[in-house]
Design a protein around this ligand. Structure first.
Ligand code: HPA
Ligand code: ZN
Length: 341
């Protein structure tokens, strides 16, 4: 295939491009229709009368605005089957976008705080992930996030609660309200997770300053950065991330919806690639931000006029930045090469 001359050609190229998704909060893939179905199934009240009312509420001016609604939405998830249905719905959607490998986040504290047992959450999610691998051919890693607005003691208790399930948990992450909750707040729990052999990621530089990215690197010793947009404000930091081949899981439509960028045409993704940063494209919370992974690729491809080579690079980065074994990375990269022609 030669260049991609039109939006339709780009879109078709993106549709079939083999890719991995590395930044996806499973609770953020709860579509309004499933929210209503689960509310009814579980007898849970939700403060919305219709799907349209839910969608109208998804108008955010910052991260906290979104999080307030996101935690409300989770309240319909009660039974193991709910977590299974949620995860399976995402995997089917991922399959349609030709996603070959997923690394998904879950927020156990968002559920255990409401009285839902840790085992209920992880059993439902991991049963769906196993079924997705078997039936849809999508491999996976599962990353447990700590809510940074809660205390480190709470995170430590959550890690302790996760101990019987560590065979099914590949890494830990850090999400929720970034400002005022720097990575250094979680020094001890990340050190423990590292000693347990878990992979480490953290949201940093979404709303928080470059100093938070430094803390995530130097104090938490993370393997990958979620978002990382504001790293671009610091030239020395950019150089360090490039030199270390650090992967950034970038989420363009999330950035737009949460006003991290004012206009998709100003999104920093292309500048990140131009600097040599290992940026990837991801959906973050697709049901809240108006698009799954291919919608994110399409939005930036159009707004930033990305070339075919840049789209290929983004897909390559998604496998290179994953926590797959090297042999699996090579197999996926060969599939990208074969597709690129
Ligand atoms: N940022 C921080 N925390 C989150 C997000 C996000 O984009 N999505 C779900 N929890
Ligand atoms: Zn996120």
């Amino acid at each position: 295939m030669t260049g991609l001359a039109t939006a339709a050609e780009r879109s078709a190229f993106i549709d079939k491009l083999p890719k991995a998704e590395l930044h996806l909060h499973i609770e953020g893939s709860l579509e309004p229709e499933l929210m209503f179905a689960l509310a009814q199934r579980n007898g849970v009240q939700i403060p919305f009368a219709s799907v349209e009312e839910v969608q109208a509420a998804y108008n955010f001016s910052n991260l906290q605005d979104f999080l307030d609604i996101y935690y409300q939405g989770m309240a319909v998830l009660i039974e193991e089957q709910d977590f299974y249905d949620l995860t399976m719905a995402y995997l089917q959607r991922a399959k349609a976008d030709n996603v070959r490998h997923v690394e998904i986040f879950f927020d156990p504290q968002g559920h255990t705080e409401r009285g839902v047992a840790f085992a209920t959450v992880i059993n439902g999610i991991s049963r769906a992930l196993a079924a997705g691998e078997r039936d849809l051919g999508i491999s996976y890693r599962l990353i447990m996030c700590f809510l940074r607005h809660l205390s480190e003691e709470n995170a430590l208790a959550t890690l302790a609660e996760a101990k019987p399930f560590l065979e099914r948990i590949h890494g830990v992450g850090l999400d929720s309200s970034e400002l005022g909750h720097p990575p250094g707040k979680f020094t001890n729990v990340f050190a423990q997770a590292r000693d347990l052999g878990l992979k480490l990621v953290a949201h940093a530089g979404e709303e928080g300053p470059p100093e938070y990215v430094y803390e995530a690197l130097d104090i938490l010793k993370i393997d990958r950065i979620d978002h990382g947009n504001r790293a671009l404000e610091d030239t020395a930091l950019v150089k360090r991330l490039v030199d270390n081949g650090m992967c950034l899981t970038v989420c363009p439509l999330s950035n737009l919806k949460l006003c991290v960028v004012d206009d998709i045409h100003d999104h920093p993704l292309k500048r990140m690639l131009d600097h040599g940063l290992k940026a990837t494209v991801n959906a973050d919370d697709p049901s809240y931000f108006g698009g799954y992974v291919n919608d994110n690729y399409r939005a930036v491809a159009e707004a930033l006029d990305l070339s075919k080579d840049e789209l290929i690079l983004l897909a390559q980065n998604s496998f290179i930045g994953s926590f797959l074994e090297d042999s699996d990375k090579q197999r996926h990269l060969a599939a990208v090469d074969a597709y690129a022609g």
